[in-house]
Design a protein around this ligand. Structure first.
Ligand SMILES: Cc1cc2nc3c(=O)[nH]c(=O)nc-3n(C[C@H](O)[C@H](O)[C@H](O)COP(=O)(O)OP(=O)(O)OC[C@H]3O[C@@H](n4cnc5c(N)ncnc54)[C@H](O)[C@@H]3O)c2cc1C
Length: 429
C-alpha cells in the first residue's frame, strides 16, 4: 500500500482545489499538500521557490500585496545618486514560469488558524496544510507625538523602499546648500542594523559633491550601533568626523528620547531639547508586519517567536514565520538572513509534510555597507543550533571586515555589488 510520504513525492498537484468559498472549508486530503506563503519579499519569495525545488509535486501559493517588489538593499544607494529607484524593482514572473509557484497578487486580510484558511482582500479563501508567514515589518507610531503613517508621507522613513525612498531623495536634492539633515535612528531590534549608518555615509557623499556646507546629525535611540568602529573610522577619513566642520555627527539620545514632532520639521526631546531639520528622516521603532499581529503570532515584543529548527510559531502550530517578522534571537533582520531562514524553513516544511523530523540547519548572514560608492565594510556570521535547540554563532566563522586600507575597502564595495546581484537572482529568478 502506498503511504502518505511516498504519495506526496509521487502525486501531482492537479487534484488540489485550494480556492474554495470562505464558508466551505475544505478538509486537507491526506494525500495532498498545499503550502501558502504570505509575502513575496526576500523571505517569502525564497521560501516559495525553494519548496518547489525541493518537491515539485507540492502545491505552493505565494500571496503578495504588490505586483512588484522594491528591494531595501541598495535603496540607500539612491541617496548618493548612484542607483535609480527603477533598479530596485523585481517582479514574480520567474517564480511562476520557472518554478510553478501559484502567484496571487492580493493582500491577505485574515488567517483562520483553526480552519487553516487564508482570506484575501477580494474575498477569496485559500486552504492550507502549512502556512509560511513572511510579511516583513510594520511601524510603531506611538513613540513620537505628531508623527504617524500620514505624516510619514511628508516626513519620510524610507525604511520600506519605493515611494518613501523617492520622497527622501527629492527632499535631499531640494535642500539648501547649508542644510541640516536629521536622521533619527531606531531602537533595537530593527530591520538592517547597519542601514541608518550606511544611509548617513551615502548622504554625506552626496552632500560633499552637491551641498558642500550641509551636515548630517544622527540622533540615535541606542547607545551603540552595528560596525560602529568601522563606520567611525570611515567617517573620520572621508567626511571629517570629529572635526568642527565634520559632515556627520552622531549622538546617542537614549536617556533623552525624542517625544514629539513639532511644526517646521522640529523634533523635541523629553528634556525639551529641539532639533530643526531641513530634511528630517525619522526611522520609527518596528514590529512584525500587520497580518502577523492580527493572526496572533506576535508576542509582547511585537515580533513573532518561533522554534528555530522549523521556524514554526511557538504560538500557533502549523504556521511558520520567517524573515524580519520573526524572532531568530541572535540573527539580525536582513535580506541575507531572511533568504537563509526561508531555505531552512522550506526544508523543514517538506520534512514535516513527509512525516519526517527536520534536520538542523545552518543560517548565514552578511551585511555590506557602503561608506562611499567605492568603499565598503561588512559583517558576517554563520549560526547553528546548540544542544538546547537555541541559535548560537559558529565560532571563528565570521566577523567584521578588518582591513581598512583603501584597496580592501574597494574590494568590499565590489563584493557588495556582486552580493546584491546574486541575492536578487537567487530570490526572484
Ligand atoms: C535602507 C535599507 C537597506 C538595507 N540593506 C540591506 C542589505 O544591504 N543587506 C541585507 O541583507 N539586508 C538589508 N536590508 C534589510 C532587508 O531589506 C530586510 O531584512 C528584508 O527585506 C526582509 O525580508 P522579508 O521578506 O522578511 O520582508 P519584506 O522584504 O518587507 O517583504 C515582505 C513582503 O510581504 C508583503 N506583505 C506584507 N503583508 C502582506 C499581506 N497582508 N498580504 C500580502 N502580502 C503582504 C509586502 O508587500 C512585502 O513584499 C535593508 C533594509 C533597509 C531599510
Amino acid at each position: 500500500m502506498i503511504d502518505r510520504r511516498r504519495f506526496l513525492h509521487l502525486s501531482g498537484a492537479a487534484c488540489l482545489a485550494s480556492m474554495t468559498g470562505c464558508g466551505a472549508t475544505r478538509l486537507a486530503s491526506p494525500y495532498s499538500a498545499h503550502v501558502v506563503v504570505i509575502g513575496g519579499g526576500f523571505a517569502g519569495a525564497t521560501a516559495a521557490k525553494t519548496l518547489r525545488l525541493l518537491n515539485p509535486h507540492l502545491k505552493v501559493t505565494l500571496v503578495e500585496a504588490n505586483a512588484y517588489y522594491m528591494t531595501c538593499p541598495t535603496s540607500n544607494w539612491v541617496l548618493a545618486g548612484i542607483k535609480s529607484i527603477r533598479d530596485l524593482r523585481f517582479d514574480y514572473r520567474a517564480l511562476s514560469q520557472n518554478y510553478g509557484v501559484n502567484m496571487i497578487i492580493d493582500r491577505v486580510t485574515a488567517v483562520d488558524a483553526a480552519q487553516k484558511t487564508v482570506i484575501l482582500q477580494r474575498g477569496d479563501c485559500l486552504h492550507y496544510d502549512r502556512l509560511i508567514m513572511a510579511p516583513g515589518i510594520d511601524f510603531v507610531w506611538d513613540d513620537i507625538a505628531g508623527y504617524d503613517a500620514e505624516i510619514a508621507q511628508r516626513v519620510p522613513h524610507a525604511w520600506q523602499a519605493g515611494p518613501q525612498t523617492r520622497l527622501l531623495w527629492r527632499q535631499l536634492q531640494a535642500m539648501p546648500d547649508n542644510g541640516l539633515i536629521v536622521l533619527l535612528a531606531p531602537p533595537n531590534p530593527f530591520r538592517c542594523p547597519p542601514g541608518p549608518y550606511e544611509r548617513a555615509s551615502l548622504m554625506a557623499y552626496y552632500c560633499q559633491r552637491y551641498k558642500p556646507k550641509a551636515k548630517i546629525l544622527i540622533l540615535d535611540q541606542k547607545r551603540s550601533f552595528s560596525k560602529q568602529s568601522l563606520f567611525i573610522q570611515g567617517w573620520r577619513r572621508l567626511y571629517g568626523y570629529g572635526a568642527d566642520n565634520g559632515r556627520i555627527e552622531w549622538q546617542s539620545i537614549t536617556d533623552n528620547p525624542v517625544v514629539a514632532l513639532m511644526p517646521k520639521n522640529t523634533l523635541e526631546t523629553d528634556f525639551g531639547d529641539r532639533f530643526t531639520a531641513d530634511v528630517l528622516n525619522i526611522i520609527p521603532r518596528q514590529k512584525a508586519g500587520k497580518i502577523a499581529q492580527l493572526t496572533g503570532l506576535a508576542d509582547d515584543s511585537g515580533w513573532c517567536p518561533v522554534t528555530p529548527l522549523s521556524a514554526e510559531s511557538t504560538r500557533i502550530p502549523g504556521i511558520h514565520v520567517i524573515g524580519d517578522a520573526a524572532t531568530y534571537a541572535g540573527i539580525p533582520k536582513s535580506a541575507f538572513a531572511a533568504n537563509s531562514e526561508a531555505k531552512a524553513c522550506a526544508m523543514a516544511v517538506v520534512a514535516l509534510l513527509n512525516d519526517e523530523l527536520p534536520q538542523a540547519p545552518l543560517w548565514m548572514n552578511t551585511c555590506f555597507s557602503l561608506l562611499s560608492p567605492s568603499q565598503a565594510i561588512s559583517v558576517s556570521m554563520v549560526y547553528k543550533l546548540n544542544s538546547a535547540q537555541q541559535i548560537e554563532k559558529v565560532k571563528g566563522a565570521g566577523g567584521v571586515s578588518v582591513k581598512t586600507d583603501t584597496a580592501s575597502l574597494q574590494h568590499e564595495s565590489e563584493f557588495a555589488r556582486h552580493w546584491y546581484q546574486s541575492i536578487t537572482r537567487d530570490t526572484f529568478s
